[in-house]
Write a protein that binds this ligand. Structure first.
Ligand code: ADP
Length: 255
């Protein structure tokens, strides 16, 4: 879209768009992230993927968090914050990014709001709401491709050939922390530590909307998200029109 160049009071500046996907384990954040990446053309920043990569490649960070990850426990806030902000400072995040799995504690939320506020980032939080029993059933049937990270599900998102990734033919595996006893621990931790993050967002006045992600196909959930973002004018990450009149608004005008 071309930018208006006749309005001399308008200053065009890059204003990143942070789309925060919020929801319990198994609520479909990873799947919706991938839809959003394709639609908005901005990267997914998944703390779970980043941390698993450290464990997989055996870095010092990976070694320090492996046991906690395996048990489904959260890793320390300071470590996650550092990894996230380093990632967000890279050039591919200049126009915006999808945050998947972050922030997960009120402390992480406070730090995120502080850093993003200083950068002039426009934030929007999408809360994927799913029934507890639906989550338990979903996670029991969840399989992941060890090569490309694509998630499959025995109920709603089966691979064409049982046990094999559609994209690269790798044999699908059960993630260590998807075992039933670990799933319950993760859900308890979500209720105790992560759900309060919603309150932090509300108090900070961050834009937030809820989407029913319990009983609809992933594509339908995405259509709801798309409609909500479009109704708020949040469909073109990157350049934001900033004029004295527009200051304080988050109207995005294209690339
Ligand atoms: P899920 O959303 O299905 O629980 P993730 O892939 O997002 O799974 O996270 C896997 C694990 O990585 C978590 O159980 C936790 O150990 C760690 N982790 C991910 N994100 C964070 C975070 N923001 N803060 C602390 N630990 C995290």
């Amino acid at each position: 879209m071309a930018l208006a160049d006749t309005d001399t009071t308008t200053v065009n500046a890059v204003r990143p768009l942070a789309v925060v996907l919020f929801g319990s384990p198994g609520s479909g954040k990873g799947t919706q992230s991938k839809f959003l990446v394709r639609w908005l053309g901005i990267p997914q920043v998944s703390t779970g993927d980043m941390l698993r990569e450290h464990v997989r490649t055996g870095t010092a960070i990976g070694k320090s968090i492996a046991a906690r990850m395996k048990a489904g426990e959260l890793v320390p806030d300071r470590l996650v914050n550092e990894l996230v902000f380093e990632r967000l400072s890279r050039p591919d995040c200049e126009r915006g990014y999808i945050l998947d799995g972050y922030p997960r504690t009120p402390e992480q939320a406070a730090e995120m709001l502080r850093v993003l506020g200083a950068a002039g980032t426009a934030e929007v939080v999408i809360h994927l709401v799913v029934d507890y029993n639906v989550i338990i059933a979903r996670m029991a049937g969840r399989r992941v491709c060890p090569t490309c990270g694509t998630l499959y599900n025995a109920i709603s998102n089966r691979p064409v050939q049982e046990g094999v990734c559609d994209l690269d033919g790798a044999t699908l595996v059960v993630r260590e922390d998807d075992r039933p006893e670990v799933v319950r621990a993760r859900l308890n931790e979500y209720e105790a530590l992560t759900r309060p993050v919603l309150e932090s967002f509300r108090q900070a006045g961050v834009k937030l909307f809820e989407v029913n992600a319990s009983d609809q196909a992933p594509q339908q959930v995405f259509e709801q998200i798309r409609a909500e973002l479009a109704s708020r004018g949040l469909t073109e990450p990157g350049l934001v029109e900033q004029s004295p009149a527009a200051r304080g608004r988050t109207e995005l005008v294209g690339k």
